[in-house]
Write a protein of this length. Structure first.
Length: 227
């Protein structure tokens, strides 16, 4: 039953990928990206009372006003990063930890920042329980980034940003890719793919309209590390 629902989610992601190909330029996602979705149980990342909806292609509330993103959007953003097994990626907005887990199947190490301390603690504990040893979660502000482990091959921002800080952009490797919903919160944003060429110059391209919870500005205590 659970497996059927997961297979149904994968089919839905495929169908949506084809339907949006005229906007995204990709009619299917890389096989290894789809395999990651097969391996990560989304059921573990949603609140127990919503477990029946875990494999539906929609965002779900995870508490404290935050959401776990829609599977198709997670797949699209992951595919846009073009992750490779020798790479390190920075995620801004750990939330439930689901996107981090997907990425951890695909790259060497995932560093993930979450501004709400309790969400960071819970996600780190869950990811450890599921056996992930290549994800580090820290309470911190994505606008500052995580300079200690920079530069990153990829940066993925899973909250709506009105701007990108120079500090964060500095943490992207030349040749690296950054995916971000850019625009005002509480409306639709532009999902942008930003590529840094080897000369350090940025090239950006709009992919799709999306709707994300806002990226917050306040720096909560950024000194706690988990995992
Ligand atoms: N990637 C998540 C979904 C993220 S929802 C998942 O797979 O479940 C967006 C998350 O970004 C929320 O948890 C929110 O608290 C966090 N966030 C918002 N502003 C932030 C900031 N400035 N720095 C780090 N995290 C932030």
């Amino acid at each position: 039953m659970k497996v059927d629902r997961l297979e149904e989610m994968l089919r839905t992601i495929d169908v949506e990928a084809r339907a949006t190909a005229f906007l995204t330029g990709r009619s299917s996602f890389a096989p290894r990206v789809m395999e990651a979705f097969e391996q990560v149980p989304r059921t573990a990342f949603v609140p127990p009372e919503l477990i029946d909806y875990a494999y539906e292609n929609r965002p779900l509330p995870i508490g404290r006003g935050q959401t776990i993103s829609q599977p198709y959007i997670v797949a699209l953003m992951t595919d846009l990063l073009e992750p490779r097994s020798n790479q390190t990626v920075l995620e801004v907005g750990t939330g439930s930890g689901y996107q981090a887990a997907i990425l951890a199947q695909l790259v060497q190490h995932v560093y993930s920042l979450e501004i709400i301390p309790l969400l960071a603690v819970e996600a780190a504990a869950l990811l450890a329980r599921l056996g992930y040893s290549n994800i580090s979660v820290k309470t911190g502000n994505g606008h500052i980034g995580w300079p200690e482990h920079a530069p990153y091959d990829g940066i993925i921002i899973t909250a709506a940003a009105t701007n990108l800080s120079p500090a964060l952009l500095d943490q992207l490797k030349p040749g690296g890719r950054l995916v971000v919903p850019l625009g005002r919160p509480h409306m639709t944003q532009d999902l942008m793919l930003i590529e840094k060429d080897i000369g350090g110059k940025l090239h950006s391209r709009k992919i799709l309209d999306v709707a994300f919870v806002p990226m917050m500005d306040e720096d909560h205590d950024s000194s706690i590390t988990h995992g």
